[in-house]
Write a protein that binds this ligand. Structure first.
Ligand code: DHB
Ligand code: FE
Length: 284
């Protein structure tokens, strides 16, 4: 049986990718950001997953505004880093896990979540920046990754509650896969940021930290936060945080098991125009 061993949560700011790719991580502006992931890279070495189920959002890269799936699962054998206008990031291609992805699609769709099946797509900073933060700059990513894209770009976007319940269905799907795989689920994007309009540059440290507290200790309440609260308190792009609820819904305690252990918590402002938040929760 496959198991969800841990969940990881992290922001995916594209400038973090540029800083890594251009060798600027030790500059005074960036050093504190990467310092917050030193523990995480070591933890990943010591707790190497067999597969990462990576919940992220595409930023009108693979899916243009012509075509917007609410939830899309990547079932391909591999995914190329996308060209977002400055050429593709110089990172390894992403190797998928078509068998597990197809199994999860089968199980989750039968549980009434209508996923879009994606057999070919490129993956943008929403997916590659979290991989770089957690795994550094290897020649090849250390394990297969199942990309799971959520629409948080064009309204209507899914509710936090829907995402949380989807996480539970993903857990059930993983646990019914007949191979002893150690699967991590990652929720990415956030935290507070607004990239356009009169409130561009908005950061809300207090709200972000309260969200982290709720996500850890009271995920039911976190799942009840309405869209308007994210947008008002965390800015228009703060809505990316609903993706963290998919990962949280897949953890043991909200499925009748014991509470997770908080292995790591990090919060930092600024990185570009964004607050960076990061958590690692281990199942017990
Ligand atoms: C930026 C873009 C993002 O997708 C994000 O989540 C945070 C910041 C940016 O362009 O700075
Ligand atoms: Fe984003």
């Amino acid at each position: 049986m496959a198991r969800i061993t841990a969940s990881v949560y992290t922001s995916h700011v594209p400038a973090i990718g540029a800083s890594l790719d251009l060798g600027k991580t030790q500059e005074p502006y960036w050093q504190p950001v990467f310092q917050g992931y030193e523990f995480s890279k070591q933890w990943e070495k010591e707790n190497k997953p067999d597969v990462v189920f990576l919940v992220y959002n595409d930023h009108a890269t693979a899916f243009s505004l012509d075509f917007i799936p609410t939830f899309a699962i990547g079932t391909a054998a591999e995914f190329q880093p996308a060209d977002e206008g400055w050429g593709p990031r110089p990172v390894p291609k992403v190797i998928g896990h078509p068998e597990l992805a197809a199994h999860i699609a089968q199980s989750v769709i039968q549980d009434d979540f209508d996923l879009t099946i994606v057999n070919k797509m490129d993956v943008d900073h929403g997916l590659t920046v979290p991989l770089s933060l957690m795994f550094g700059q290897p020649e090849a990513w250390p394990c297969p990754v199942i990309p799971f894209a959520v629409n948080v770009v064009q309204y209507p976007v899914p509710s936090g509650r829907r995402c949380f319940n989807l996480g539970k269905a993903i857990r059930k799907a993983v646990e019914s896969y007949d191979e002893p795989l150690n699967v991590q689920i990652w929720g990415t994007g956030g935290m507070s940021h607004q990239l356009q309009g009169p409130r561009a540059g908005l950061i809300n440290r207090e709200w972000d930290n309260a969200f982290l507290d709720k996500l850890i200790n009271d995920p039911e309440t976190a799942a009840s936060i309405p869209h308007i609260d994210y947008v008002r308190e965390a800015g228009s792009e703060g809505i990316e945080l609903v993706m963290w609820l998919i990962a949280r819904g897949a953890m043991s305690d909200v499925n009748g098991g014991p509470k997770p252990t908080v292995k790591h918590r990090f919060y930092h402002v600024p990185a570009s125009n964004t607050a960076v938040g990061h958590l690692i929760l281990e199942n017990n």
